[in-house]
Design a binder for this molecule. Sequence first.
Ligand code: UFG
Length: 338
Amino acid sequence: MKEVLVTGGLGFIGSETVVTLIEHGYHPVIVDDCSNAKEAVLERIETITGFKPSFYKIDIRDHQKLHEVFKEHSFFAVLHFAGFKAVGESVQKPLEYYENNLGGALSLLRLMKEFMVKNLIFSSSATVYGNPTELPLLETMERKEATNPYGETKIMIERISEDYVKANPEWNVILLRYFNPIGAHPSSLLGEDPQGIPNNLLPYVSQVAIGKRDHLTVFGNDYDTPDGTCIRDYLHVLDLAEGHVAALKKIEEKPGLEIYNLGTGHGSSVLEIIRAYEEATGLKIPYEIGPRRAGDVPVCYAGVEKAKKELHWEAKRSLKDACLDAYNFQKRNPDGIK
Ligand code: UFG
């Protein structure tokens, strides 16, 4: 079995990917500092898969401790999910974001170099495209300046990876640009578990659905879109997880540096998401229209041809399935994972 290091492997996307990796015969080793994830996720992974991955509770910037992990295992590849991810918070705490996200990536790259682990898959984001002037967004389009430090760290890590592969052509790095992952594992054991008030749409809607919050505020209905609300490309987190397995297969071909969008290729408005959620669950989601949120782009969706053609991957699950899985997870874990 191929050993793969998964940083941030207890988080929302990391944990679903760990499950999918196990199901595809890989042997994931998890490193997570639990700053935004619960240790209980590990047992849940075991409940779903019957396999308990090795787990190290460490900050990847701790060179010595991470060194031990590399010494104990023989990694075929690294999947790097670990990082701070709240856009708004990153504006308030830029130093923490640069220090954590860039420091973490550099520490990891240094150890990969030392141990000659030459395959990396990095969690990038559609945020690197900035405010789209042309749609769908294609991997060949220019990166724009980010509107917040979180996005800037994604851009910088992409650049660092490109420079590193230029200098070390025997390395392989796949940058996966995620669009909007939603949903949860159908077992309701794993899902998005934000601390405090959710920033993202789906966790907020789910908390309204179970009565934890009384209504959703839609951030603006005066955008230049058919119903006036912002459009995003929402994909089921399990489809996203499968995209990582497809990228791991690709990396065996020694592709050098490659970039892939992981999205559905279709945009949905905030009001369409509310309707899909209501249809999936049979519930009514009360909402109010509020002001725009700073930094939101009106429309964002992926061009998915490159991933289809080269990774043989495409998102298969429906919006309704994703909404139902998100709801079931929230219902079963009203106060998050414990
Ligand atoms: N929204 C609301 N009300 C809410 C929360 C969100 O109306 O309470 C709206 C937003 O205005 C936006 C849409 O729902 O139009 C989606 O918002 P999210 O916060 O869920 O997602 P974003 O597209 O803003 O952010 C996501 C990721 C970021 C990433 C960004 C750009 O969460 O990590 O995409 O790629 F940087």
